[in-house]
Ligand binder design. Structure first.
Ligand code: LLP
Length: 447
């Protein structure tokens, strides 16, 4: 007989508090104190599908889409597929009224195979190949965001129909984030800097091509932007550039794509970018910039990726071993790691971890959860509080892993990529199956 059987009220008082800011909106506990998402106990998913496994809450994804649609009723919201491009996700988000931004022939093919209307697809990329441009033109993709003069010439040669084009500009805005994802500053590979009129030169070249139709400008400032004020500056600078293009060429651009990068919290207390706050800032900035330049209000496009899918995702691992170095840290090693989540190694990302298969009643201690890969930097989460009696076989759950986890996963060390399992209303649906050793070997030519 457990303490919980003797004192059922302990269930509510002892339930580990899961921060609702990090967890899928449907998260709750069953009567055994196990964490459920979408009405399914995470522990049962671990039993059925093995570990590691990515769990994805369909309701949460749809909820985020609706929040954006509600906050921006007049804007176009294009889900950035690079965060998690799976047919089912493309289907959910487009049914919720979003468009899709893709950045490769592969993402384009997945979106098309999900039945997404090509007119609602935006193609990105700083090094699109001729094959990818041709595929986009042939498929009838709605807009292509051009990133270099070479690409404009290539697209001109390929486009056998009139193609709508956005010019990607770098507005010279530093969001002070991780350098790997700071894309709004001049000195990096993306886009045309506003400085020295390079964006103007790109616009001129597009306007000279009869088969290209310049409809607007695009910028993407970077990732994990919590302060919406950066977007105020972006609107001011891009509308200024649109006014400049009008005075140079007599053309009025109608689309202003502000990219994505809206922050989500990974750990309790992390800041996030609230769509409603962002909407107010963008609206205000547009009023201001359009009045100042006497420019007609453009159609706004936003490209959130992480903010749509990150919080819908939970990754499940099983504890393989624990060890405590004398006078040092306690390491909890799990059966996944940097092959299913390289974000810790790449960006120094930090995560929360909880035990999911049982109700921890005893003491907790601070540990480092590490992966199974052959690098000391293969860390899942540092300084997390887990039960002292944690043992091999326990299931750990890491929230906020829906974005840039499956999409960044590798087969490092010959470890196959985890499955993606969707949950909704108590039902489980496997979206992507686990990659097996046979899958890995299937790519090898016979010796
Ligand atoms: N639009 C463009 C043109 C982008 O390049 C990106 C992300 C997005 C939209 C969506 O950004 P989001 O809303 O998801 O932050 N691997 C990194 C993130 C790289 C993002 C690259 N571009 C990570 O795991 O944090």
């Amino acid at each position: 007989m457990t303490l919980l059987d003797l004192f059922p009220s302990l269930r509510t008082t002892m339930t580990p508090r899961l921060d609702p800011a990090l967890w899928p909106t449907t998260t709750d506990h069953d009567d055994r104190g196990r964490i459920r998402v979408g009405g399914v106990a995470l522990d049962d998913i671990a039993d059925q599908f093995g570990t590691p496994t990515y769990v994805l809450d369909e309701t949460d994804v749809r909820h985020r889409c609706r929040a954006y649609r509600a906050a921006f009723p007049e804007a176009e919201i294009a889900y950035a597929g690079k965060a998690l491009m799976i047919r089912a996700v493309a289907d959910w988000v487009t049914r919720e009224g979003l468009s899709i931004d893709v950045c490769s022939g592969g993402e384009l093919a997945i979106a098309l195979s999900a039945g997404v209307d090509p007119a609602r697809i935006i193609l990105h990329g700083n090094a699109k190949t001729a094959t990818e441009l041709r595929a986009a033109v042939d498929a009838g993709v709605g807009r292509i965001v051009v990133d270099s003069l070479t690409e404009i010439r290539l697209l001109t040669a390929i486009a056998n129909r009139r193609v709508q084009v956005l010019v990607r500009v770098t507005p010279g805005i530093d969001i002070n984030g991780h350098r790997a994802v700071a894309t709004g500053v001049d000195d990096q590979k993306f886009g045309f800097p506003l400085s020295h009129d390079q964006a103007g030169d790109a616009a001129r070249l597009v306007l000279e091509q009869p088969n290209l139709e310049l409809v607007g400008l695009h910028c993407h400032l970077g990732s994990q932007i919590a302060d919406a004020e950066y977007f105020r500056s972006a609107v001011a600078r891009l509308v200024g550039q649109m006014a400049q293009i009008r005075s140079d060429h007599g053309v009025i651009l109608t689309t202003l794509d502000l990219g994505g990068g809206h922050a989500v919290p990974y750990r309790p207390g992390d800041p996030e970018c609230d769509p409603a706050v962002l909407a107010a800032v963008v609206d205000d900035a547009l009023d201001d910039a359009c009045a100042r330049n006497r420019f007609p209000r453009p159609q706004i496009v936003l490209e959130p990726g992480r903010a749509i899918v990150a919080r819908a995702g939970v990754t499940l691992y099983r504890v393989v071993s624990t060890k405590t170095h004398a006078g040092g840290r306690t390491f909890v090693a799990v059966d996944g790691g940097m092959s299913d989540n390289p974000r810790v190694a790449l960006y120094g990302a930090r995560y929360d971890v909880v035990i999911a298969n049982r109700h921890p009643l005893g003491r907790h201690t601070t540990v480092t959860v590490v992966g199974r890969h052959c690098e000391a930097g293969d860390v899942v989460a540092e300084d997390v509080s887990l039960p002292v009696d944690l043992h091999p076989g326990d299931v750990l759950a890491v929230p906020c892993t829906g974005a840039y986890h499956h999409s960044l996963a590798s087969t490092y060390n010959g470890v196959g990529r985890p499955p993606v399992v969707a949950v909704r209303d108590g039902h489980i649906r496997e979206l992507i199956r686990r990659e097996t050793v046979a899958d890995l070997m299937a790519r090898e030519s016979d010796a």
